[in-house]
Write a protein that binds this ligand. Structure first.
Ligand code: ATP
Ligand code: MG
Length: 361
């Protein structure tokens, strides 16, 4: 196993607690000598102190090191001189400057975790949402207009290049996550509103074109409104879902809720050359600093980082390390040895992390 340098930004709110938790678990799983966590500054709090959200040396490290591990960014009440919120600008800037076009959000209900979908607690919720991360309706961020207090307008942008690359990513993922098709599933579902807006019809048409190169993967389509119903009633149908930016944002929160909530949902943002890993949740300032946050989402994002490095750096030795992390989290949740607050338990961030490290050993 080679050694890797990880650009690590704790960020704001619960970011530092959950990042440190992930560092402990990943170091334990890989052997500390294999992962070098290079600690970097950035975020809303850093802006308040220094006037910089994403310092140049932080960006350079994120660009040049092997991967980025991020806690979370954003604090209420910190604003730029023009009055707009700093929020999670750190994260958004990294997303665009590193061109992280595929936001990968696995939705998997683990044994021992309670779901509002009781019928699926024995299994069946295991799919991945691939959210287009660089265009769509959110491309309009900061560029929308309000006319004389009477009319507001934003622009939805779907490009061929942006759709082709995220669609290819989704079809490739459908292949790799199902070495042999599991339960007959090897399918990409395109989530859009092709019936209403031309840009979504274009998104669907480009996904269809890309699909021509993947005859071994099935394709189907779901309107964004309808899929919210299906994800509650038939989540077991889904394998990989590819969606425009805003739809992907919305359905991945819904999916996370069916699999135990934001404290458990991992996320990876992937481009052609870079990968950024952080829990799907934000900085949760309401619970920051009280050791209440669940570190599970960030720890599982760390496992995604190991799998991505294994692939990107052709280092298969990292796969067993990722599997060990996932198995240790699985053991803790299944046995209920340390149940985080947001899953109905009493274990804090430190206690959950201790339990995961014990399960690794
Ligand atoms: P963002 O704008 O970045 O998506 P958000 O405003 O949607 O952030 P989050 O920070 O994702 O908000 O979380 C919403 C709430 O969920 C938090 O206020 C917190 O109570 C809870 N929460 C989020 N993450 C965790 C966690 N890791 N452990 C426990 N509770 C969490
Ligand atoms: Mg949110």
């Amino acid at each position: 196993m080679a050694s890797y340098r990880i650009a690590t930004i704790e960020g704001d709110g619960i970011g530092p607690e959950v990042t440190r938790a992930a560092i402990r678990v990943l170091s334990e799983a890989c052997g500390a000598q294999h992962l070098d966590f290079v600690m970097l500054e950035g975020g809303a709090g850093h802006y308040a102190r220094t006037g910089h959200v994403l310092p140049d040396d932080t960006f350079a490290a994120c660009r040049d090191l092997d991967a980025v591990l991020h806690g979370a960014a954003g604090l209420p009440g910190i604003v730029y001189p023009d009055g707009t919120e700093v929020g999670n600008d750190l994260h958004l800037r990294l997303r665009f400057r590193l061109d992280l076009y595929a936001n990968v959000r696995p939705v998997k209900l683990l044994p021992g975790v309670l779901s509002p979908l009781r019928a699926f607690e024995g299994g069946g919720i295991d799919y991945v949402i691939v959210r287009e991360n660089t265009e769509g309706l959110y491309a309009s961020r900061g560029a929308g207009v309000v006319l004389r207090g009477e009319l507001a307008s934003d622009t939805l942008v779907v490009t061929r290049k942006g759709t082709e690359r995220v669609a290819r990513f989704a079809f490739d993922l459908a292949r790799t996550r199902n070495g042999a098709p599991r339960d007959g599933k090897r399918r990409v579902t395109v989530c859009d509103k092709a019936n209403i807006l031309r840009s979504y019809a274009f998104f669907r048409a480009v996904c269809d074109e890309v699909h021509a190169g993947y005859p071994d993967v099935a394709i189907d389509y779901a309107y964004a409104d309808a899929i919210t119903v299906h994800l509650l009633k038939r989540p077991d149908f889904y394998d990989v879902i590819v969606a425009e930016n805003m739809f992907g944002d919305i359905i991945s929160d819904l999916g996370a809720a069916t699999a135990g909530g934001m404290g458990i949902a991992p996320s990876a943002e992937i481009g052609d050359r870079h990968g950024l890993f952080q829990g799907a949740h934000g900085s949760a300032p309401d619970i920051a600093g009280s050791d209440v946050a669940s570190p599970v989402a960030t720890i599982l994002s760390g496992a995604m980082m190991l799998r991505w490095l294994a692939e990107a750096r052709a280092d298969p030795a990292l796969v067993p390390a990722a599997e060990r992390v996932e198995a240790a989290v699985g053991t803790v949740l299944r046995e209920g040895s340390a149940v985080p607050h947001d899953l109905g338990g009493r274990a804090g961030c430190t206690e959950v992390t201790d339990a995961v490290c014990r399960a690794l050993a």
